[in-house]
Design a binder for this molecule. Structure first.
Ligand code: KIV
Length: 277
C-alpha cells in the first residue's frame, strides 16, 4: 500500500477547504504513536492529559515542561506521518511571552514536536504571535480548558450562556487573527461549535463539541477503554481493553502461583552433548 504523505499544518487547512474530516488522538509513548500512524490518524497530540491519564496526578496542573519533553520525545520516536502537537503545560506560557517562547522552543528543538497547543483566548494572543515570530506553529484551545479547572469550578460544559458563547466566538476570531493553524473546541454546545466552525477559516477540532467541527479528537486511553474512571458523555468507547488486561494479569498471577507458567515450551534447554568416539 502507498505511504500516506506527512501531515503538515498546511495540509489541515487544505482538508478544511475540501471538507475532509481531520482525525486526531492523544499519545504519550512510542508504541501508541506507531499504532496511531498505522491507523492513519492525522494529528497526534501529546496532551498534558498525560498528567491524569499516565502519571497519576489529579489533573493536568502539576505537569512540568520536563515531563512533557520526556513524553514528546517518546512519541516522536514512534511517529512518522501524523502532525505531532505538544501541549504547553500550565505556567510555562501565561506569565511572560519570552519565557513562553523558550518553553515552546524546547518542545520543538529538544523533543521534536512540530507545533504546540495553548489554552485560552484573547489573553494569549500576544504569546501566539511571538511563537509564530520564531516559526513555531500554534494550535488554540477554547471551551473547557482543563488548566483553568479551579476557576471554572470543575469540568463543566462551557458556552451555554449567550454572553459566554459570544466571548468564545470573539476569542476564536482573535486566535485566528493571531495566527493559530487550528482550534480545539472542548465541551461546548454543538450549535456554538458549528457556528465557530463556519465563521473561522482555520480548522476546528472538537472534543465534546458535536459533529460539525472540521475534525475530532479524543484521549486514546478513553476511546480504548483503558482507564478505570467513568468517561465523560462525549467519549465513545471503541474498545474495552482494561477488563481484558486485568483478566490477563490475573491469569498470569494464578499460573505463576500454581507453577503452571513457565511451561516446557517457554524454557531454554542445554544443547545435547556430542557423542564421543
Ligand atoms: O490534554 C489533552 O489531552 C487535550 C485534549 C483532550 C484536547 O487537551
Amino acid at each position: 500500500m502507498a505511504e500516506l504523505a506527512k501531515v503538515t499544518t498546511a495540509k489541515l487547512t487544505e482538508m478544511k477547504q475540501k471538507g475532509q474530516r481531520i482525525t486526531a488522538l492523544t499519545a504519550y509513548d512510542a508504541p501508541t504513536a506507531k499504532l496511531l500512524n498505522e491507523a492513519g490518524v492525522d494529528v497526534i497530540l501529546v496532551g498534558d492529559s498525560v498528567g491524569n491519564v499516565k502519571l497519576g496526578y489529579e489533573n493536568t496542573i502539576p505537569v512540568t515542561l520536563e515531563e512533557m519533553i520526556h513524553h514528546v520525545r517518546a512519541v516522536k520516536r514512534g511517529n512518522s506521518r501524523a502532525l505531532l502537537v505538544a501541549d504547553m503545560p500550565f505556567l510555562t506560557y501565561e506569565i511572560d511571552v519570552k519565557e513562553a517562547a523558550r518553553a515552546a522552543g524546547r518542545l520543538i528543538k529538544e523533543a521534536g514536536a512540530e507545533a504546540v497547543k495553548l489554552e485560552g483566548g484573547i489573553e494569549i494572543a500576544p504569546t501566539i504571535k511571538e511563537l509564530l515570530r520564531i516559526n513555531i506553529p500554534v494550535m488554540g484551545h477554547l471551551g473547557l480548558t482543563p488548566q483553568a479547572v479551579h476557576r471554572l469550578g470543575g469540568y463543566k460544559v462551557q458556552g451555554r450562556r449567550p454572553q459566554e458563547a459570544e466571548k468564545m466566538l470573539t476569542d476564536s476570531r482573535i486566535l485566528e487573527g493571531a495566527g493559530v493553524f487550528a482550534i480545539v473546541l472542548e465541551a461546548i454546545p454543538a450549535e456554538l461549535a458549528s457556528e465557530i466552525t463556519r465563521k473561522v477559516a482555520v480548522p476546528t477540532i472538537g472534543i465534546g463539541a458535536g459533529a460539525e467541527c472540521d475534525g475530532q479528537i479524543l484521549v486514546s486511553d478513553d476511546m480504548l477503554g483503558m482507564g478505570d474512571q467513568i468517561s465523560p458523555k462525549f467519549v465513545k468507547r471503541y474498545a474495552n481493553l482494561r477488563p481484558e488486561m486485568l483478566k490477563a494479569v490475573q491469569q498470569y498471577v494464578k499460573e505463576v502461583q500454581d507453577a503452571a507458567f513457565p511451561g516446557p515450551e517457554h524454557a531454554y534447554t542445554r544443547p545435547a552433548a556430542k557423542a564421543q568416539h
